[in-house]
Design a protein around this ligand. Structure first.
Ligand SMILES: CSC[C@H]1O[C@H](OP(=O)(O)O)[C@H](O)[C@@H]1O
Ligand SMILES: Nc1ncnc2[nH]cnc12
Length: 313
């Protein structure tokens, strides 16, 4: 049990979601721990608010729970995104442990993907728009290029530790993240198929998180941390949890140092509104259903996410 306050009275503009192996932000001083309830239930963990040296607040949430108790299909992503939105978050940096589908993306390298191929199985609730309220979000560019560009400025910290950061600029093209359902890893045939799709890396977490962030008008960038070569390499053992775990400690240390360096560049951009504002207002006209035909209960739920967009009377 922590003795931290359970409220925080200022908006928190930046959210960090930690994945496998990243359950807290060690380098920052925690000042509050919030238990948030949303119309979509409770998020997977309390939200820890920490301050940077200059007093800029950051919200941290553990995707799989503080004890890693939610499997990828069970993560309450709608509650996670709605909870971050409700405290003021405009931009999310989401960490994820991934398998590499390309020889040159080595274990312990980091990747800023630009595209996603959704290979989940439709069993995860993946939209806030349902129950008689139909909305369609644009998802052509699932990640935020401005946020990625600021994150990329912190690359020297990784290079110093022997890890490379792969970006669209350094690669000269899109970096595609395959998101599979899991929890079992891919077969060798699947792994090769994903390579033939042009996949760069693979995880089980980007969908629906990235889609829901778009619906919530939150700028979102995933930072992928490579832990293995999945199952495509001939003559080598296919990925196991042991392989993943063997790189998690180094990746987590790198993630902490990287986050600190990212914040030096990002804090000012978010405060100035040059990052985190591009999706504002984008969902106002994304709904096809006439608001007066939508049940009041549904409008109330959506009022939590996007207050004032669809009047309640
Ligand atoms: C334990 S390896 C598979 C697991 O790791 C990744 O989790 P996260 O994205 O939260 O870091 C991957 O997506 C799978 O959920
Ligand atoms: N090979 C892999 N497949 C899916 N998710 C992963 N997370 C880490 N490695 C992975």
């Amino acid at each position: 049990m922590s003795n931290l306050p359970t409220t925080f009275d200022k908006p928190v503009l930046l959210g960090v979601i930690g994945g496998t192996g990243l359950y807290q932000l060690d380098s920052l001083t925690p000042v509050a721990r919030l238990t948030v309830s949303t119309p979509w239930g409770h998020p997977s963990s309390p939200i820890t608010i920490s301050l940077t040296k200059s007093g800029f607040p950051i919200a941290f949430l553990a995707r799989h729970g503080v004890h890693h108790q939610f499997n990828p299909s069970e993560v309450p992503s709608r509650a996670n995104i709605a909870a971050l939105k409700s405290i003021g978050v405009k931009a999310i940096i989401a960490f994820s442990a991934v398998g590499s589908l390309q020889e040159h993306i080595h274990p312990r390298d980091f990747v800023l993907p630009t595209q996603i191929i959704d290979r989940t199985k439709g069993i995860r609730p993946s939209t806030f728009f349902e129950n008689g309220m139909v909305g369609h979000v644009g998802f052509g560019d699932p990640f935020d290029a401005k946020l990625a560009a600021v994150i990329a400025k912190a690359a020297p910290v990784l290079e110093k530790n022997g890890s490379q950061l792969h970006t669209k600029a350094s690669t000269g093209g899109d970096l595609t993240l395959i998101c599979m359902e899991g929890p079992a890893f891919s077969t060798r045939a699947e792994s090769n198929m994903y390579r033939s799709f042009g996949g760069s890396v693979i995880n089980m977490s980007a969908i629906p998180e990235a889609k829901l962030a778009k619906e919530a008008e939150i700028c979102y960038q995933m930072i992928c941390m490579s832990t293995d070569y999945d199952a495509w390499r001939e003559g080598e053992e296919a990925v196991t949890v042991e392989t993943v775990v063997s790189h998690l400690k180094a990746n987590s240390a790198n993630a902490h140092a990287f986050t600190e360096a990212i914040l030096e560049h990002l804090e000012g951009e978010i405060v100035a509104g040059t990052v985190g504002r591009d999706l504002e207002g984008s969902m106002r006209f994304a709904v096809s259903t006439a608001p007066n035909a939508v049940a009041r209960e549904m409008l109330q739920k959506m009022h939590f996410l996007l207050p004032g967009y669809w009047p309640l009377d």
